[in-house]
Design a binder for this molecule. Sequence first.
Ligand code: KG4
Ligand code: ZN
Length: 363
Amino acid sequence: MRVLGIETSCDETAAAVVTEGGDVLSDVVRSQVALHAPYGGVVPEVAARDHARAVVPVVREALARAGVTAADLDGVAVTSRPGLAGALLVGLQTAKGLAWAAGKPLVGVDHLVGHLLAVFLRRDGARSTPATSAPPTSEEQPAFPYVALLASGGHTAIYRVDGPALGAIRELGATRDDAAGEAFDKVAKLLGLGYPGGPVVDRLAATGDAAAAAEAVPAVMARKESLEFSFSGIKSAVARHVAKRGRPEGQALNDLCAAFQGAVVDALVQKTVRAARAEGIERVVLAGGVAANRGLRAKMAAACARRGLGLFVPPFASCTDNGAMIAYAGALRLAAGERDTLDLAPETRTALPRVTRKGGGVR
Ligand code: KG4
Ligand code: ZN
């Protein structure tokens, strides 16, 4: 089965052709980062207009690189939720037009489900490699069930994944306010480091001393025993620090980045490991753009190794927004006999049941 996937939920226009076995035949991602950079974040109307300009060339390129035409496809998958309504609409209308014209089935995909299944994508024949050797295993991809940390610019949550269907995925805890990537982006903006903030904070943190700036940054544990996150407090702490002392430079800047990143990463690692132990699950998967963070990868690998958990980290291209994860999740829906009609409408919220209330709980 060869399925085209189209993704326009946020600030990447992406399309890919993938088989139901996860083989990536093509994967084209056109980022809007430069377009939004002057505003320090994604501007919804600007995003939608640029998707409208880019989507047809991106789809054409994905088909051409895979060496197929629309007639060769077994279906068209498209992100239908969650995301910016106007941005989602561009992908949906494109997918509907193509599916209708070529006489192919259409399936909507929840963007978060795409992220959670991206670990199965096979790029150049290579699946995600286990990042730790424990527990001893010969498998190259996780078996169900696994516990996944999804941390991106728009979402941060821990899920138990028993299978690819919506009903087999359960949220164990999520952020009550900012997403982890959003915290990186906001702190980078405060420090004058540009957008997106994650990669540059990651780079500066590598030569910083977290202990030297520890007093500026509180731990981000919320209620210690819960699996929920809260990242708005640490952002405000950095804002207060900058208001009082001015923007740090040189080594002091690197130290502050290291302290901030360390606090965010500690919370992500501790809660993910706690979730895996509470569920009695031995496999941990990382997903979302923040999974690129070197501090997170290193600390998660060490924590999983200590506890005998197997850690699976998809390659960077599978962590950040892409069309391949949408095509793959759609292929599994098609293989299960599922279809959507041309009435499929964009939804700003995920279809996954939420257990965490935004703005709720005790900080
Ligand atoms: O998954 P993604 O590409 O898009 C969303 O769905 O949001 O994630 C983008 C987010 C941004 O907030 C960016 O700052 C963050 O991922 N990010 C990182 C790193 N690379 C990207 N955060 C921390 N460290 C990184 N190395
Ligand atoms: Zn995403």
